[in-house]
Design a protein around this ligand. Sequence first.
Ligand code: ZN
Length: 73
Amino acid sequence: MGKITDQGLSKVAKEDGEVTLTAFKKPHSFRTYDEKVRNCLMCRDPFMSTWPGERICARCKKSAAWRNALSES
Ligand SMILES: [Zn+2]
């Protein structure tokens, strides 16, 4: 009886520790960014930005990427 109780306790304690570690290992991967309309820095047109760092509309991003590709070659 005593042995069974000890094993049960140690197993529970270990599983609990693993759960806590796993929780600490997931820092901000599931953070949700607030989607909202922002003004494009390049053309000043309002566009749907999916995260705070997105300040350029898809159209300008395309043209910027196109320009970068041109200047690289
Ligand atoms: Zn733009």
